[in-house]
Design a protein around this ligand. Structure first.
Ligand code: UDP
Length: 452
């Protein structure tokens, strides 16, 4: 008899994509999948006819500050407080209907779901949707705080200092340089780490050949069954869980360009910048003289509708050399032969998608895990170039030329090719282990009392 798994995604694009991909992977392994999801940023059930969907109110849609998408900490807070009792009710109902439930898999950032699962006697596996290296950095934060790295009065002067506990990270890499609400951020991060420690298992969208040594360190620290079964998009594309319409004219435009000539630029679904940064990005792109495809998400510049914040004269200067859309079918774009480089905000899904297509990266970063990811891309894995100083047109222009035209870009392409071969030939041992692990999990609650 097939066992059922209940999934609870965090309602952000970069978290929904891997959770829905994981659902498809586990479904292909014979598990029945039920999704409990918020109404805010709901996945589209029609794209997954083989799953069952259970919407719950979340408190986010009704909160004007959070629902506009700008206040990520507020959304995290609402999901972990207002939403969790409703998750408990829904899970309780499902447990009273189905006697085949093996476990819940919830996003690691929904740390409050651990207590709900324990209370109902069902095992919880946490899915961490980012890199192991950034998770380890977050797990070390309480120690770093104790040592005074993140006290408000010294933070500014210590930004560039190395963190001896986490080479090659610098102070600015672990929590960012523009951090506001330091105490709230630290609490969210620490709660996520503590909630994950109590889980029965941990799934990462990563792979051994990229993060082998960090996985070993994680195991030493957490002693949890850990399953690095990524990259998920090698099994199922993220296109079906896109919250925005993917503009396919971007692919038609790429069809008109020569091989490896185009730089693809995207800052993901949440990163935002001010008008000054946008101006630097725009002139950096224009001055590089390279063709580019740019996904400018509405809201990239807070308060702007779409392109009205671009500097005067920019569109005339770039003319046919640049193509701008709101949102692309990213995986398809990265696999297009015309794409020769990817300027990314260092979101983990974007990095994995680029690595799998062998596309060298230019990395900026805005918040969360992005600073650690970009440091590793530049200093550890050497798969791209990190922009160290925010957005400066000269630095941008130089990085684009290095990646697209110089030997540095060629060398990175060679490295990526080796990594890509390893991904292609990787065995599914970790996935087999995860399937066996889930099948072995037992419900220790009482089906009749789950519904209270
Ligand atoms: N994405 C997309 N079209 C775009 C830009 C991004 O489909 O124009 C997808 C991308 O393929 C990835 C996700 O959105 O799967 C972004 O996740 P990531 O972790 O890179 O960044 P986040 O949005 O969470 O900051």
């Amino acid at each position: 008899m097939s066992r059922r798994i209940i999934l609870l995604p965090m309602p952000f694009q970069g978290h929904i994509n891997p959770m829905m991909q994981l659902g498809s992977i586990l479904h292909s392994r014979g598990f029945a999948i039920s999704i409990i999801h918020t109404q805010y940023n709901s996945p589209d059930p029609s794209k997954y006819p083989h799953f069952t969907f259970h919407p719950i109110p979340d408190g986010v849609s009704e909160d004007s500050q959070a629902s506009k998408g700008g206040d990520i900490l507020r959304v995290l807070h609402l999901i972990n407080t207002d939403c969790v009792p409703l998750f408990r009710d829904c899970l309780g109902k499902l447990l009273s209907i189905h006697d085949d439930i093996a476990c819940v898999i919830t996003d690691a950032i929904i740390y409050s779901s651990q207590a709900v699962a324990e209370n109902l006697g069902v095992k919880r596996i946490a899915l961490r949707t980012s890199s192991v290296c950034s998770f380890l950095a977050f797990a070390t934060l309480p120690l770093l705080r104790e040592k005074g790295f993140y006290s408000d009065d010294t933070l500014d002067s210590r930004r560039e200092d190395p963190v001896p506990e986490l080479p090659p990270l610098k102070v600015k890499d672990v929590l960012g340089i523009k951090i506001q609400n330091m105490d709230v951020t630290l609490k969210v991060v620490c709660d996520m780490v503590e909630g994950t420690k109590k889980a029965s298992g941990l799934i990462f969208n990563t792979f051994q050949d990229l993060e082998g040594s960090d996985l070993a360190n994680l195991h030493d620290l957490f002693r949890l069954p850990t399953f690095p079964i990524g990259p998920f998009h090698k099994f199922f594309s993220a296109a079906s869980s896109s919250l925005l319409t993917q503009d396919r004219s971007s692919v038609s435009w790429l069809d008109t360009q020569t091989t490896s000539s185009v730089l693809y630029v995207s800052f993901g679904s949440l990163a935002a910048m001010d008008e000054r940064d946008l101006t630097e990005v725009a002139w950096g792109l224009a001055n590089s003289m390279q063709p580019f495809l740019w996904a400018v998400r509405p809201g990239l510049v807070q308060g702007s509708q779409w392109l009205e914040s671009l500097p005067n004269g920019f569109l005339e200067v770039i003319s046919e050399r640049g193509y701008i859309v709101k949102w692309t079918p990213q995986q398809e774009v990265l696999s297009h032969p015309a794409v020769g480089g990817f300027w990314t905000h260092s979101g983990w899904n974007s990095i994995l998608e680029s690595v799998c297509e062998g596309v060298p990266m230019i990395c900026s970063s805005c918040f969360g895990d992005q600073m650690v990811n970009s440091r590793y891309i530049n200093d550890v894995w050497k798969l791209g170039i990190k922009l160290e100083d925010g957005f400066k047109r000269e630095e941008i222009e130089l990085a684009i030329r290095k990646i697209m035209l110089h030997r540095e870009g060629q060398e990175i392409r060679g490295k990526l090719l080796c990594l890509k071969e390893k991904i292609d030939s990787a065995s599914s041992t970790s996935l087999d282990a995860l399937s066996d692990f889930i099948s072995s999990l037992k419900y220790s609650g009482d089906y009749s009392s789950a519904l209270v």
